[in-house]
Design a protein around this ligand. Sequence first.
Ligand code: CP
Ligand code: NVA
Length: 307
Amino acid sequence: MSKRDFLRLTDLSLAECSEVYGLATVVKRDPRGERKRALDGRSVAIVLEKASTRTRASFEVGVSQLGGHPVVISLEGSQLARGEPVADTARVLERYCDAIVYRTSSSDRMTEMATARVPVINALTDTGHPVQVLCDVFTMEEVLAANGKGPRLRGRKVAFVGDGSGNMARSMIEAARLFEFQLHLCAPPGFRPPAYEVAKAAELVVLHDDPRKALRDVSFVHTDVWASMGQEGEAETRRKAFAGFTLDARLLSAAPPDAWVMHCLPAHRGEEIDDATLEGPRSIVWQQAENRLHVQKALLLFLLGLA
Ligand code: CP
Ligand code: NVA
């Protein structure tokens, strides 16, 4: 059987996502249950070329809760920082580890890591954050079910307000296509997603100029930082370009009163979201962050054929 990677959301079919979500529900209910030795004797490399709190901690804890050994390799202190090719790193890690979780900048580096003979999970590049969005769809469906609104996101409206050219928005577009929800995306000019990515999800992605219009009738409102990792030098320009895009009570008044607010975190309070909204009753960001642990454990088991 050939190895399975998770480099983009559509590397899984809808049915496979359902399988992962079913398993995530099981491991969430009983983190130390029957799966606690599932990775016994196995190791997972977590290679981080950019900063991380949630991704690192959730994968590291997740692997150890499954009885495996996580090997965290940060850029600084590794030979990657001294120019060792990613492909060489992949050829070595595949000999020690059963899977590789990788966070980097470019898709090319991700593709190079995926030459490893073991499953590679994309833990963020500049153009996508598929593992976050896989977990976020689980959270949205969990919240819908818990509130008696049916178990599936399919056919519902979700808004994304903010940087449409960033990794989160772009993975959300892919998610709209896979899970068949309607994504209402509003970003200022110059920060819209690439047209070819929108075109692939044609009738499921609606672009807006006015953030208030994007929020009409949605079940969830999602956002992300205005300046992603590596774009710190553009922070001031971006603050100006994104004026009026802060998720606050004024903007949220355009959404239904029962719409939930999401953010992948870390948040820049006062920029893309204000403190009151992040901490308010409509925010599900902490549940969203927690589910990284459960869904990623399920994803690892699935990719390793241990589901
Ligand atoms: N949301 C997310 O991926 O967080 P980290 O950058 O802290 O891993
Ligand atoms: N868009 C953000 C996501 C962080 C999890 C970034 O790339 O910095």
